[in-house]
Design a protein. Sequence first.
Length: 151
Amino acid sequence: MGGLGAPEEELRQLSRSVAEVAASVIARMREAGEANRRHLEALEAEAARRCELLTAQAELDAELIRLHARREAHAILAAARLRSSDPGDATRRSTFLPPEQAPPEAAPTPDASAEALEEVTENFAHFAELFGDPLGLDLTDQAPFDPDVDP
């Protein structure tokens, strides 16, 4: 009978050590799961920060494009005013002067003036559609264009 007691005790110790190993494995799996969860949270936070940075950069780029376009428009208008004040070229000057001030030989017809105005309007409308105001700013309260003031 003494021989039968020893294997039972050994079997109990083995089952106890198997249970301890299983508990240890389960504990490590839980630790690994928790580490993975924390890692995923950190990745999500980093992705959100990067998205915010990209959005901010895109908004700044759009604002820079808008400012450059506005500066170019100011330069075009200033050049047009400069050309209109050139006394040597009556035909160029007449397109920028009111009809009553234009020389009679170079006065544009009302249809040509209307067509030119319509073309300019369409071009500015197209430009506004392309670039718009990416930041949603209300530009209606801005001061009117002054060519002598650098934007």
